[in-house]
Design a protein around this ligand. Sequence first.
Ligand code: SAM
Length: 199
Amino acid sequence: MSILLWVLVGTVLVLAALRVRSLVSPRAFPPWMTPMLETPLRNRERIVLRAGVRPNERILEIGPGAGWLSEALLGKLGADGQLTCLDIQIEMLRKVRARLGERTPWLVCSSGSCLPFREGTFDRAFLQHVLGEIPDKKGAVVELARVIRADGELAVGEGLPDPDYIRAPVLRELVMEAGFELGERLGSWWEYTHRFRRP
Ligand SMILES: C[S@@+](CC[C@H](N)C(=O)[O-])C[C@H]1O[C@@H](n2cnc3c(N)ncnc32)[C@H](O)[C@@H]1O
């Protein structure tokens, strides 16, 4: 068998093992691996465009990693917008601060299923490659429904080969059960963003 085929088989086996581990016990992405998230294979501009950010919004980004997308979100928000990044790993928030310096948004270390904010604090929440890593996904979307204002939006992005990838129909059921209405569906089945409206 050629080396290429061995590499391919090895990659598929590793991804399958990670998928099984994620289903049995989801865990947070390791901070040392964040450079992998900044590959040119990911179109940062497109991901952020799909989130539907408008100038001057109050945005909650859960799971910013090292802040690669946060940086682009800030660019869309304008001077009067406000970004809050929440992550369960303090090391990720340190990376956000190191990247953004004086432009660092509000940083909050907490679980995505326990949001330390009042009802209706945000106009929009954004989760890219995050929900699958949260053990209590139902709790997380119920919390999101609480902290997003009426008529605000939730944007969730998922994509392969993330071992924590959530299929679109599963995501829709989960989020709509928490009281959201389905809005725009963007992308393809293997990499998509769904937007939901909070009635
Ligand atoms: C795969 S990274 C995605 C980073 C970034 N959103 C991106 O797409 O480039 C997942 C992020 O979610 C965070 N995370 C995982 N579980 C979490 C939880 N229960 N609550 C809050 N954040 C969590 C991780 O620490 C990490 O920053």
